[in-house]
Design a protein around this ligand. Structure first.
Ligand code: PNS
Length: 161
């Protein structure tokens, strides 16, 4: 059985992430979405809220699990007995960062394989950071995040504005 981990911040989970999940489960049997508990980053949703939201978005995919993680990704992969990491690549601008993570993870766990899926043209401009900013200033992001995410974002943002 092929298992993979799809790590990230997912603050928030976008249609770009959803596309990567849907395409990944065509090539692996089970996928664990690993939501980083990053205490230094100011976030819209807590890691636990992100897990809950992603679980709701993906409730029709029994082969996808969602959980938080902290510490090194390679330790999470070891603990979950998986050697495949999935990452999405949008544009050349993602490359240097992804390459550095790939090389470091490979050094730490040599039999770890990272599979990069290229974003399709509809999703290649979607970024959690930009989506947050546009939503915060009242812009329309309805075609960039799942409906469940949009609802939750509206609630959080309305409390802060
Ligand atoms: O969605 P992001 O923020 O680009 O995801 C980055 C992530 C979570 C994949 C990366 O920061 C990570 O794996 N962090 C865990 C700590 C770690 O393993 N660091 C060494 C490789 S960068």
């Amino acid at each position: 059985m092929k298992t993979a981990v799809y790590p990230g911040s997912f603050d928030p989970f976008t249609n770009g992430h959803l596309d990567i999940v849907e395409r990944s489960i065509r090539v692996v049997d089970s996928l664990t979405i690993a939501v980083l508990k990053n205490t230094s980053k100011k976030s819209l949703f807590s890691p636990e809220e992100r897990v809950e939201i992603i679980q709701e978005v993906l409730k029709d995919y029994p082969q996808v699990k969602v959980q938080t993680f902290e510490g090194l990704l390679v330790d999470f992969c070891r603990a979950h007995n998986t050697r495949i990491v999935i990452r999405g690549l949008r544009a050349v601008s993602d490359f240097d960062y992804e390459h550095a993570i790939f090389l470091m993870n490979r050094k730490l766990l040599p039999d770890l394989e990272t599979m990069f899926l290229m974003a399709g043209s509809d999703n290649s401009f979607i970024s959690s950071t930009i989506v947050k900013e546009v939503a915060y200033f009242g812009g329309n992001i309805a075609d960039q995040v799942p409906a469940i995410v949009l609802e939750r974002m509206k609630k959080v943002i309305s409390k802060h504005v």
